[in-house]
Design a protein around this ligand. Structure first.
Ligand SMILES: NC(=O)c1ccc[n+]([C@@H]2O[C@H](COP(=O)([O-])OP(=O)(O)OC[C@H]3O[C@@H](n4cnc5c(N)ncnc54)[C@H](OP(=O)(O)O)[C@@H]3O)[C@@H](O)[C@H]2O)c1
Length: 268
């Protein structure tokens, strides 16, 4: 059976990816969706009966990945589209963001993404697409969002290298690098610190970012950047010294001081 596999499919861009893939590729036999929220995935299954199949679980653990691998083998599945959208970020300086979140971002955004990609490799067919969600945060270091930006720089670098490695097999890899998008991302991100005010002026619509990402992936583009502002940022980050850009845009301020010692000691 020919399938698409979408992580982070319970909300935001992963959910929108699963929906748009269902509509644009009706010949697929199934769209396998994964995230932790069982109820939200079940709702998607009800909305697309016989098409969506839920694999609820925490992607940073082994269990759901093992279930996916077993199902791929059992069904003799061919993955035509793999979307790695599961990811999160916590705004705040290093030391302000909890240790468990620092490790959690690396575990989900980097380790789980590479693990899901690796387990999918034997099931990918020629002409298939791997779509990895990086971020415009990958373009330059971000004080106040340091670990998240570093994880996304990893995703961008990894995806571009993988694209080259898989070229002979005609497997195309696209790193999606949006600026701020109107998903639930910021309600998670703002636990320790508010987003800089200018982010809301660049907020893009989820459906448009996803439509662009799908079009770019099927046009064989290695990097997908939605909107003139983020495309300009990408060019600026290539031609100007990062130290200069950081001087202008650094979101760190006196207000963003580290949490007190007792708060930090209580972190997991
Ligand atoms: N929104 C933005 O401004 C923006 C900009 C650039 C890049 N991105 C990137 O785009 C991707 C999608 O984000 P989004 O904006 O759509 O955010 P979102 O609405 O918060 O969606 C994140 C998804 O990741 C899943 N997830 C979180 N932790 C997980 C875990 N441990 N195991 C499995 N799934 C997990 C969530 O589902 P559960 O909670 O149900 O597990 C959810 O489906 C992320 O990689 C994000 O870094 C976002």
């Amino acid at each position: 059976m020919k399938i698409a596999l979408v992580s982070g499919a319970s909300s935001g861009m992963g959910e929108e990816m699963a929906r748009q893939i269902a509509l644009r590729f009706p010949s697929l036999d199934g769209i396998w969706i994964t995230a932790r929220s069982e109820e939200k995935l079940a709702r998607m299954e009800r909305e697309f009966p016989g098409k969506m199949r839920a694999f609820p679980g925490d992607l940073t653990g082994e269990q759901v990945r093992t279930e996916l691998r077993d199902a791929l083998i059992r069904k003799n599945a061919e993955i035509c589209i793999l979307v790695n959208a599961a990811g999160y970020g916590k705004l705040g300086t290093v030391g302000q963001v909890s240790g468990s979140d620092t490790r959690g971002m690396i575990a989900l955004n980097c380790t789980a993404l590479t693990a899901l990609t690796e387990l999918s490799l034997p099931f990918l067919s020629a002409k298939c697409r791997i779509i990895n969600f990086a971020s415009a945060a990958a373009f330059l270091p971000q004080p106040g969002f340091a670990v998240y930006a570093a994880t996304k720089a990893f995703v961008l670098s990894y995806s571009m290298a993988l694209a080259k490695e898989l070229e002979p097999q005609q497997i195309y890899v696209t790193a999606v690098c949006p600026g701020p998008v109107d998903t639930g991302f910021f309600s998670v991100a703002e636990e320790f610190q508010k987003a800089p005010f200018y982010k809301k002026y660049f907020m893009a619509k989820t459906s448009r970012v996803v439509a662009r990402a799908l079009s770019d992936a099927f046009a064989g583009k290695t990097v997908s950047v939605y909107g003139a502002a983020m495309q300009s940022l990408r060019v600026l980050c290539k031609v100007l010294p990062h130290a200069l850009i950081l001087k202008v845009f650094s979101p760190c301020s006196e207000a963003n001081t580290t949490r007190n010692a007792s708060e930090q000691c209580s972190d997991g």
